[in-house]
Design a protein around this ligand. Structure first.
Ligand SMILES: [Fe+2]
Ligand SMILES: [Fe+2]
Length: 474
């Protein structure tokens, strides 16, 4: 018999809970077969220089070292419990935080956890082929780091399902391994997690935009009155920061390389830029438009009674809930949302409780804008006048008040026909994908070497040099 408590690093006293241990003993082999089937392709014998979470102490929470990928120790960590923690919002505000699931919220809470949990394996599935065309060992190591941590996030959600939801929870945990990103019959729950991630530009955009949606969802769940969920999500956020770093710096390095080549060869038009084997800025803008628009859909409808319920029941808070100065009940508050009336976009005030998705989306957009500003500084520093910009919030939306409308990146309401006439100027067209794919022909695996279309990073991982052997192929 394998001692699963040994195999699963944890701070939840796994060895003491026989029922839980048996449930996880049952689930772990299923998880491993999911990893072999849907995890990074051909990686099973690689030794990768990875960080592994070993405690929740702020300094020294992780250790670095070579790990054969399937032997990664996916652990279960919760932020330590604080005895005074209370429910901080909604109708139960001021009650002690719940250590067990309140019976009346059981199915709602389970749905919240399953929806979050479903995104974690989905992104691993979306990225599984990218190792075959990595631009460097450094980048290959980073994608694997993101993948194993998304796997750990799945463990984190499955722990909650097994520990607190009995048989229903175990069934949900199985189903999390059965759905597949993009599968026609059994897809992942949320739209953006069924989109392909066909190339490294898409991967960096995904980790910048979509992992940051993860950050905002986790932050809202980290405010939950259900304490084990709050403590789980707090710790997941520690890891999430690196995923967004990979995305932001990845895009930034592509921009830097493109700008270098544009200056050196004094070229500007996309055709000339592409001919030199780097990605033109116009294509970068189209990828940005795509990833931004599908990601802001993930926040849900602008006006949502579910969002109101999650809040009033104390299950899901706002971003930085406890730092906001108001009554944390929101019964009399209003919040602005937008809707299309005729050919105009108009602001409308709605009850703040129903607008909580929109509010979280706005908090997210604010942070995204700051990242885009940092990208633009790379272009500006190269003396090039092009600027990336976020499209209007209503552009290319499939969920909420803008769904079914045809909004340009500048926020004009267009006819369907006029919009489609411009679609290839705004979103990656098949030939743009073909071009980016043409740069992803093989993998660059010589230590310290980088593909022509991306600049090296400023520094290596954990103080290691850039020419460190981040991945060993065996
Ligand atoms: Fe995650
Ligand atoms: Fe992530």
């Amino acid at each position: 018999m394998i001692d699963y408590t040994e195999k699963i690093p944890n701070n939840v006293d796994l060895g003491r809970d026989r029922v839980l241990q048996r449930a996880l003993e049952h689930w772990q082999p299923a998880y491993m077969s999911w990893w072999y089937d849907a995890g990074p392709t051909e990686s099973h014998n690689y030794e990768v220089y990875l960080r592994t979470a070993i405690t929740v102490e702020p300094d020294g929470w992780a250790k670095f070292g070579y790990v054969r990928m399937p032997e990664y120790r996916w652990g279960i960590f919760l932020q330590p419990r604080s005895a005074e923690r209370a429910v901080n919002f909604g109708t139960h505000k001021g009650d002690p935080a719940w250590q067990e699931v309140p019976g009346e919220y059981r199915s709602t809470l389970r749905r919240v956890i399953v929806t979050q949990g479903d995104t974690e394996p989905a992104s691993v599935e979306q990225q599984r082929m990218l190792g075959m065309c990595c631009p460097s060992l450094y980048d290959l190591r980073n994608i694997f780091q993101v993948n194993v941590e998304e796997g750990r996030h799945l463990w984190a959600m499955v722990y909650l399902l097994h520990r607190y939801f009995g048989r229903d929870g175990r069934e949900e945990a199985e189903a999390l391994l059965e759905r597949r990103s993009g599968d026609v019959d059994n897809p992942r729950i949320l739209g953006a997690f069924n989109e392909p991630t066909p190339d490294w530009l898409a991967f960096y955009m995904f980790t910048f935009f979509t992992d940051r949606d993860g950050k905002f969802q986790l932050s809202a769940l980290a405010e939950s009155g259900f304490d084990p969920l709050a403590r789980t999500c707090r710790f997941m956020l520690t890891e999430e920061a690196h995923h967004m770093f990979v995305g932001e710096t990845g895009v930034s390095r592509i921009l830097q390389r493109t700008c270098e080549v544009m200056r050196e060869h004094k070229v500007e038009t996309p055709g000339d830029v592409r001919a030199l084997g780097v990605i033109d800025l116009e294509t970068m803008q189209k990828y940005l438009n795509f990833h931004y628009s599908v990601t802001i859909d993930l926040f849900g409808s602008d006006a949502s009674s579910n969002a109101a319920t999650y809040y009033t029941t104390g299950l899901k808070g706002r971003y930085d809930e406890t730092k906001i100065e108001d009554d944390h009940v929101l019964a009399d508050e209003v919040y602005p949302v937008f809707e299309v009336v005729g050919n105009k976009i108009v602001e409308k005030k709605v009850p703040a409780l129903t607008a909580l998705n929109e509010r979280l989306r706005d908090d997210y957009i604010h942070e995204i804008q700051a990242g885009v500003d940092r990208w633009n500084r790379v272009i500006e520093n190269a003396g090039i006048s092009f600027r990336l910009r976020l499209p209007h919030k209503g552009f290319h939306r499939a969920i909420g008040n803008f769904a079914g409308h045809f909004i340009s990146p500048h926020g004009e309401v267009l006819t369907k026909e006029a919009w489609h006439n411009h679609e290839r100027d705004w979103l990656p067209a098949p030939e743009d994908h073909v071009f980016v794919q043409s740069l992803m022909t093989g993998r660059v695996v010589e230590p310290g070497k980088f593909a022509n279309w991306i600049a090296p990073p400023i520094r290596g991982i954990n103080g290691q040099p850039l020419n460190f052997e981040y991945v060993r192929f065996n």
